[in-house]
Design a protein around this ligand. Structure first.
Ligand code: SF4
Length: 438
């Protein structure tokens, strides 16, 4: 066995995935080979998720498996800070090192320490494709535009784990986007903790892309990305007034008409206790305005039911909000406390059975809304980006579907397609999540 083989386990959200990609890219630049079995690896890196308790359990299990199967394990990621880091060391004292999220240099340094390796002469051109290493299929890629978050939502410990907002320079983001497109990526998914806050920390500093001045600002970024000729999808956008200015870009076809807006609740009192950003920004008015400017816009959101102090009246307001907002795609979580979060000290916890009951009522209503919105697409011709294909048919996504979290479009009996192809087809059927087209 050669001595420069590293295994990698990547858990968690798209932001963690981007961290994994950066570490993998650097390791390959440094001449390490990434292998897919514990047995072939000299050492295993586990990138953990610490967002909620079930994710922490999954992370601890993954570390335990890597230790029993390989024995030499470096841990990084969201679970690698504070009390959680101590839990890791307590549960698995054999781990070689533990670091927090976005600790690229420390992780790569630890790999060098435990698997010493002399870099080859020109590793970048020899070993790594110019777009870096991607864990997503070749035709779509996540583009992380910032780290950290300036908000302090009471249920969330991400700012404690990842720190305050740090925006990447716009020139660097655009260069990465351009490289990805040149390498065959057909869809860019813009991610961060708060995409609408991009550039605030730099006071919207002017950067340069291909010699052209560009402000570090969400609108300038969207306009520039819209020039690349691929699908551009925005995630984690809060309903601030300035977001209105990117909706015309969607109506003009320069960005996908899609916004992922994590709203979390419809009751002003609950939003206040959650300390949500943009809680007072009149989300419903904003949504109606967006639909006037861009009638085809798909709106996705996530909500939490059973937050401490949520009354039946608060919950009724949330259901009213759903009826009025007519969102296309919605995720709903039952509130669960996260160690270290301010919300843990709030009075009036909602009993588990009531959380479950509210969650079921929420889901029943939203499924009706989502199904009706999908039914309304039957007969329309839509563009589909193909994700998987064989001789019998293909599966893809429309502009309304982000990978992993939204629905899919099934093209039964349509052969001759390849992942990454963009095709048009007429919608022939729908259920509450997916479409069929031919
Ligand atoms: S906006 Fe709120 S929920 Fe999102 S990362 Fe920041 S603090 Fe956490």
């Amino acid at each position: 066995m050669s001595s420069n083989k590293v295994g990698f386990v990547s858990l968690g959200c798209p932001k963690a995935l981007v961290d994994s990609e950066r570490i993998l890219t650097q390791l390959q630049i440094d001449g390490y080979e990434i292998v897919s079995t514990y047995q072939d690896a000299q050492l295993v890196v586990v990138n953990t998720c610490g967002f909620i308790d079930s994710a922490k359990r999954e992370s601890l299990d993954a570390i335990g498996e890597a230790i029993s199967e390989n024995g030499r394990v470096i841990v990084t990621g969201c679970m690698g800070t504070g009390d959680d880091a101590q839990d890791i060391v307590r549960a698995h004292p054999k781990v070689l090192s533990v670091t927090g999220p976005a600790a690229y240099e420390e992780v790569v340094g630890a790999v060098h320490q435990y698997v010493p390796h002399t870099p080859v002469h020109d590793p970048y051109t020899d070993l790594v494709p110019p777009q870096g290493v991607k864990l997503t299929p070749r035709h779509y890629a996540y583009l992380k535009i910032s780290e950290g978050c300036n908000h302090r939502c009471s249920f969330c410990i991400i700012p404690q784990m990842r720190g305050d907002l740090v925006s990447r320079p716009i020139g660097e983001v655009m260069n990465e986007a351009e490289r990805l497109v040149e390498a065959g990526v057909r869809e860019l998914l813009v991610i961060s903790q708060d995409t609408s806050a991009y550039g605030i920390d730099t006071r919207f500093r002017t950067g340069f892309w291909n010699g052209r001045p560009l402000k570090t600002h969400m609108q300038a970024l969207c306009e520039a990305l819209g020039e690349l000729g691929v699908w551009v999808r925005l995630h984690y956008v809060y309903p601030y007034p300035h977001v209105d200015r990117v909706i015309p870009l969607m109506a003009e076809g320069r960005l996908l008409p899609y916004l992922d807006v994590p709203l979390q609740h419809g009751s002003p009192d609950v939003l206040r206790r959650m300390r949500r950003p943009a809680a007072a920004e009149k989300a419903l008015e904003r949504i109606h305005h967006w639909r006037e400017v861009c009638p085809d816009i798909t709106l996705r959101s996530t909500f939490i039911v059973g937050f401490p102090g949520e009354t039946e009246r608060d919950f009724a307001l949330l259901l009213d909000f759903l009826r009025e907002a007519q969102l296309d795609r919605v995720g709903c979580f039952q509130y669960s406390p996260v160690r270290g979060a301010g919300a843990n000290d709030l009075p009036d916890p909602v009993p588990e059975v009531l959380k479950q009951e509210r969650w079921e009522r929420f889901m029943a209503l939203q499924q009706e809304i989502s199904a009706a919105r999908l039914q309304a697409k039957i007969g329309r011709t839509i563009e589909i980006l193909i994700d998987e294909a064989d001789a019998q048919g293909a599966v893809g996504r429309s502009a309304a579907d982000a990978p992993e979290i939204d629905g899919r479009v099934f093209l039964d009996g349509v052969g001759g397609l390849q992942p990454g192809d963009l095709v048009e087809a007429q919608v022939t059927g729908a259920d509450e999540y997916d479409l069929w087209a031919g």
